[in-house]
Design a protein around this ligand. Sequence first.
Ligand code: COA
Length: 277
Amino acid sequence: MAEQPEVEELAIEKYPSENGNIIIATVNRPEKLNALNVNVKEAIKSLCSWAEDSKDITVVIFRGASPLPPPEGKRQKPHAFVAGADVSEFVGKNSEIIRPEFEDNVWEAVWKLRKPTIALIDGYALGGGSELALSCDIRVATSRSMFGTPEINLGLIPGGGGTQRLTWLVGYGKAMEMVMGGEMIDGDEAHRIGLVNHIVEPDELMEKGMEIANNLSSKSPLTVQIAKQAVRAALDNPISDGIVLEHNMFVDLFDTKDKEIGVNAFMERGKPEWTGE
Ligand code: COA
């Protein structure tokens, strides 16, 4: 059974909700615009194992820490979700060193989590930061956020699944422009092209995130996981195979307790008390 990671650079809060706890994981390196260094990446991977193993965790939210007040005479650092992988950790490394780091990586850990995930974005979501958001199921952002895949400017390309997940989300043409050009787009544009689900004011971001999380948390945890798996099947399969997979998942749900509970609650105009079985 994996345990809750205890790392200063990844603050973890638990909020009780209907069928368990909502976890808010805050990447906490505001001085470096919450860039993902090895510590944070390992902590997020541990968080995913812990969330997967813990029956009482229903939803995981990711966000970035707000900027700290600046020292006298200095400018405030900008708001960031995550401004990328920590570029300082790329210096002097060759493929032999980097390959193992990227084989079992943080973005896949988030992507593979069977429970629902939400990214709350206020500020820069660049490179590995945009990929962290892309690995989540739902994205909510502020207009002042900036999204981009600027790896091209480092002589690189996205390495956390960005070329694939971005293309699925916003389409081939826009993904090609963003990945090859490295230009940023703002939150409103990200919303327009389908990169984010909702745009809100900065002071409404947490409320909106919790509203979505509480709704997801009110469903049968088992059925939500199957729903996630079914929608994901659309990415991996031709539609005819995906439809067969969906059909089988739908039919199998008829053997669960929660289907009987949900259907009976509807018939009796009651509230379902899910068992997760
Ligand atoms: N890795 C490591 N450090 C980073 C970082 C990253 N991805 N992004 C920002 N930082 C650090 C900066 O080095 C700076 O540190 P310092 O104050 O100790 O010098 C601090 O965060 C603030 O960033 P700064 O560049 O001074 O802020 P800015 O307002 O001038 O510019 C950005 C903001 C986001 C445009 C700029 O930081 C940037 O381009 N970051 C890199 C983005 C990137 O290439 N990401 C992809 C990596 S895969």
